[in-house]
Design a protein. Structure first.
Length: 284
């Protein structure tokens, strides 16, 4: 059965989506894992990064996105088709064939409000956070990992992701503003875990856009490592690089090195992926 890992950050621009995509691609090509990506973020960045905006638009027009799952729950309909919605072999990197994906939709913006209203009204209870889990349950055994790219909030869509997750990672730039929301994430996940009656394990912080010549970055990482409330800071930091930023744009690549860069970026992402898998195998 798949190990389910959520990627969460309350701060935009920290590389949340890039980390999710890269970890999936490295899991597949470098470590031979079968991965399902689920894009929970209504900004659809992971979706367009992996399949292109044009392909997403076609899927969205035919109701073959995550939005249909939540629309069915909110309106009592039965339109979601799991087999048709899962997109096979979505990576634009040559040789990466082991990644499937359920795409996001801009329609999640309004649906999140509807699901939240039903939850507040007490019409669904904990069922309101098990919508996603129940929808994808039939395929869970086909994957080694399911990676969830969560929205930058702890709303009902994120809670649906957490409800099916075994663990979570928090990408962060090592500066004051980016790390400010980490305690809030930890607090909310602990509280939600108690509601579920099980632990959602913190697998670690992933340091992104790291500048080795920055005193602020060095000091922040040191402080994070000393913070008793943080269980784990992964020991490999993803350096800031133009190639990493450019990887968010959909295009075809000959290799992972061509996509993410060969000046330390490839090695860093491979090691980050390896550490996440090691943590998952040990703790989940």
């Amino acid at each position: 059965m798949a190990k389910v890992i959520a990627t969460i950050s309350l701060k935009g621009g920290v590389g949340k989506t890039t980390i999710t995509a890269a970890v999936a691609e490295f899991m597949s090509l470098e470590f031979g894992q079968r991965v399902l990506l689920i894009d929970l973020d209504s900004q659809i960045n992971l979706t367009t990064m992996m399949i292109s905006e044009e392909k997403w638009l076609t899927l969205n027009n035919h109701g073959l996105t995550l939005a249909t799952i939540f629309s069915d729950a909110a309106h009592g309909s039965r339109n979601f088709d799991l087999k048709q919605t899962i997109q096979r072999g979505v990576s634009p990197v040559k040789g990466v064939n082991g990644i499937d994906m359920i795409s996001s939709s801009l329609d999640l913006i309004g649906l999140q409000e509807e699901i939240s209203a039903l939850r507040v009204a007490g019409q669904m209870g904990l069922d309101s956070v098990r919508i996603l889990e129940q929808a994808v349950a039939p395929v869970k055994d086909f994957y080694d990992y399911i990676l969830l790219d969560c929205p930058p909030n702890i709303g009902p869509i994120t809670l649906n992701g957490l409800a099916m997750s075994d663990g979570y990672i928090i990408p962060t730039i090592p500066d004051v503003l980016s790390t400010y929301g980490i305690p809030q994430i930890q607090k909310e996940v602990r509280s939600f875990s108690r509601q579920l009656g099980r632990t959602i394990v913190e697998l670690g912080l992933v340091i992104t856009k790291y500048k080795s010549n920055s005193a602020i970055h060095k000091t922040t990482v040191k402080n994070l490592r000393r913070d008793s409330n943080i269980q784990n800071v992964l020991p490999v930091y993803l350096p800031e690089a133009n190639s990493i930023a450019a990887s968010a744009e959909f295009q075809y690549y000959a290799s992972l090195k061509a996509k993410y860069g060969n000046a330390g970026q490839f090695d860093a992402l491979r090691e980050i992926t390896k550490h996440i898998m090691t943590e998952a195998q040990a703790k989940l």
